[in-house]
Design a protein around this ligand. Structure first.
Ligand SMILES: Nc1ncnc2c1ncn2[C@@H]1O[C@H](COP(=O)(O)OP(=O)(O)OP(=O)(O)O)[C@@H](O)[C@H]1O
Ligand SMILES: [Mg+2]
Length: 366
């Protein structure tokens, strides 16, 4: 057998498939570097895990695949050193408004009241529980509900001496909402250009700091906010929320079409209020029908991220300011949001890694 050198290691590893991303680890830059002993018997492989939300079991499986492949090529001892490096693409110069967040994820729906904010909040908290640095932008300037859903902050929003905005801190995530700056219950009427300027300020003047993900909670429909955001910053993808019944599905299709027009990929579809399981008798009821989200995902060729049942504890968590992901971290519903966070983050990583690496300098020249 030929002695292992760097070129041979790279060659062998190019046939190793990442179990979570289902793609080879060399062309998708999971493999970073290797060190080989002079004899060629011992190999140390450094890999970049592209998100904190990458499942532990698949991290082990990936290490095993690398070990097996290199042992098959003659290595006697293989050491795999994983390090989380959140995958992202530097912003092109025409969308460089946002400083700090690596990936922006929009949570959207066609209709109002289907659970966008509930999903946005729990998705953000779940990503943080996985270990990522997370921000949450309440981009629903017309009806901001994030401040209510997150309750009293650990740190209220503030300003720097340079008049930049410091986001509030809620359960470890950085949060900005119009709701912080208007009286509760006060009607907010914004016209298109004002919405654009307000969002521009939220994006440019907020000191976000280094973030792996910025989750944007959008207002319902396909209006000014969606358009402004897509013009101002690069959005890695959208998570679409629907309830199972036809009227909601039809509107989500319009939402997806709008995102496609502005070249924002749909990362996945969530069916919220999917079913109701009575906690007293265990009876299972499909109040708004069932399965519409999955069917829609198949029709539009987007991944289906799963179902969230109607659950009093989810509603209560939103009203009381302690979302279910942290109020009951071991519950089935918290687990559903942890899984959704993993799928979302892997979807973002796949989108980034499938594109050639863009250096910040090249981005400026463009
Ligand atoms: N799975 C669920 N089980 C029980 N209640 C839920 C669930 N999802 C959302 N809710 C509740 O339904 C209401 C509407 O949810 P939410 O505010 O998240 O929807 P939205 O789509 O953001 O609404 P809007 O269009 O007004 O922004 C809230 O009171 C929330 O707590
Ligand atoms: Mg909302």
């Amino acid at each position: 057998m030929t002695k292992l050198d760097e070129a041979r290691v790279r060659d062998v590893l190019s046939s190793v498939i990442d179990p979570a991303l289902e793609h080879d680890i060399v062309s998708w830059r999971i493999f970073k570097a290797c060190e080989i002993s002079p004899s060629g018997d011992e190999v140390l492989v450094k890999i970049a895990i592209p998100t904190h939300a990458y499942p532990q079991a698949q991290r082990r499986e990936l290490a095993t695949r690398i070990e097996t492949a290199l042992e098959g090529a003659g290595a006697k001892q293989v050491t795999v050193i994983p390090e989380v490096e959140t995958a992202y693409l530097p912003a092109p110069s025409d969308k460089a408004t946002l400083v700090g967040p690596k990936n922006v994820i929009a949570v959207a729906a066609g209709k109002g009241g289907v659970g966008k904010s509930t999903v946005a909040v729990n998705l953000a908290l779940a990503l943080a529980r996985h270990g990522a640095k997370v921000g949450l932008l309440d981009a629903d300037v017309f009806g901001p509900s994030i401040p209510t859903m997150l309750g009293a902050p650990e740190r209220p929003p503030g300003t720097t001496p340079e008049q930049k905005i410091i986001p509030a801190l809620h359960h470890g995530i950085k949060v900005i909402s119009v709701g912080f700056f208007v009286e509760k219950g006060e009607a907010v009427v914004w016209r298109g250009p004002m919405v654009h300027r307000l969002l521009q300020q939220f994006l440019a003047d907020v000191v976000w700091g280094d973030l792996d993900y910025l989750i944007c909670d959008l207002p319902p429909g396909t209006g000014d906010v969606q358009l402004s955001l897509s013009q101002l910053i690069p959005i890695a993808g959208s998570v679409m929320v629907t309830t199972p019944q036809e009227v909601s599905i039809v509107d989500v299709v319009k939402g997806i079409a709008m995102f496609e027009k502005v070249e924002i990929p749909v990362l996945g579809i969530i069916e919220n209020m999917s079913f109701y399981k009575c906690p007293a008798c265990g009876h299972h009821d499909e109040i708004f029908s069932h399965g519409g989200g999955k069917r829609l995902a198949q029709e539009v060729g987007a991944p289906f991220f799963g179902e969230i049942p109607i659950d009093t504890r989810i509603r209560y968590g939103g009203d009381a300011g302690v979302p279910v992901t942290i109020a009951a971290p071991d519950s089935e519903n918290a687990q559903r949001f942890m899984d959704i966070a993993t799928r979302t983050a892997l979807g973002v990583a796949a989108g980034v890694l499938s594109k050639p690496k863009r250096s910040p300098r090249l981005a400026v020249i463009r």
